[in-house]
Design a protein around this ligand. Structure first.
Ligand code: SF4
Length: 305
């Protein structure tokens, strides 16, 4: 990490190695909440042994409905050194035999992740990197850290900057996320496997249907089909559950209705998306919706979410 931080679209220029903290609250060094095999991602990412997930503390977005607020907003977790992060990556690959290194919201920590992986790569220990992201990214950063992105698992959350400002304090989310997805699609192309745990390269775009904002999910599917391709693997999700301050903020204080969800899944079919996953509306398991909020810090497996 050198100089003012410009890693995410906020470009807040915090001089983190000199003790400043950024908008995301990240300072010098790495802070993690939890790491271990994770079974809550899409099948080609999980497989039988799980993705090798590392949940980084802090976040570049400020989502009012965040299910991970203990560590994304409040920064719970623990600081680790780069050699400790190397050991974690090693354990995920060698001890747990995970199918990939699944970096969850890694953007503030990319320089440290690269430094931590370097000794392993020199030893010939190498898993595909999953860049697991809200989609709020800079193309310049994605280009600079291309070596940490074999598989992009990214959201397209909003199509309206008013919603993005209100719900995530990021009015520029729509422009940033669309530029990022377009770049990732052009760089990585389609997912190379639909077999559980076998993907090594490609793009998955997640469409989390938000209550009262299904029209934005449809608009993003239309954009994706037109500006990228309907060959993109999409993961349409019904699992939204109110959490954190959204519990007092209509319409984010409720789950998605069946009618709202059907409008999005029908649009996905109408736009010709044939690859990916449509979460069943009836198969939602409310007890697992808040798995993030209920997760304990430290090492250990993370179940279905
Ligand atoms: S990653 Fe954090 S510190 Fe860096 S520009 Fe973004 S908000 Fe600022």
């Amino acid at each position: 990490m050198t100089g003012p931080c410009q890693l995410c679209p906020r470009r807040c220029a915090a001089n983190r190695i000199r003790g400043q903290v950024g908008f995301c609250r990240a300072g010098d060094g790495v802070r993690l909440f939890r790491w271990g095999p994770h079974f809550g991602e899409e099948p080609p990412i999980c497989g039988e042994t799980g993705s090798g997930a590392i949940f980084f503390s802090r976040c570049t977005l400020k989502c009012i409905y965040c299910q991970n607020s203990p560590w994304s907003w409040r920064g719970e977790g623990r600081d680790v050194t780069v050699p400790e992060l190397t050991d974690i990556l090693r354990d995920l690959a060698v001890k747990h035999r995970c199918g990939n290194w699944d970096l969850v919201s890694p953007t503030p920590y990319l320089p440290y992740a690269r430094a931590a992986a370097a000794p392993l790569l020199a030893e010939g220990i190498r898993l595909p990197f999953v860049w697991n992201s809200s989609g709020y990214e800079r193309v310049e950063t994605l280009t600079e850290y291309r070596d940490l992105c074999d598989i992009a698992l990214v959201d397209l959350r909003y199509a309206d900057e008013t919603t993005a400002r209100m719900a995530s304090s990021a009015a520029d989310y729509v422009a940033a996320a669309r530029a990022a997805v377009r770049h990732l699609w052009n760089t990585l192309g389609p997912l190379d496997s639909e077999e559980p745990g076998r993907a090594t390269r490609g793009v998955i775009v997640r469409i989390l249907v938000l209550p009262g904002h299904a029209d934005e999910a449809i608009e993003n599917l239309a954009w994706l089909a037109t500006e990228c391709s309907n060959k993109v693997h999409v993961s349409v999700m019904s699992q939204y559950a109110p959490a954190f301050t959204a519990c007092d903020t209509p319409p984010f204080d409720r789950v998605v209705t069946e009618e709202e969800y059907a409008s999005v899944t029908e649009a996905a079919a109408d736009f010709g998306f044939e690859h990916g996953w449509i979460q069943g509306f009836d198969s939602r398991d409310p007890s697992s919706d808040l798995v993030g909020e209920n997760m304990t810090a430290g090492e250990g497996s993370v179940g279905d979410s």
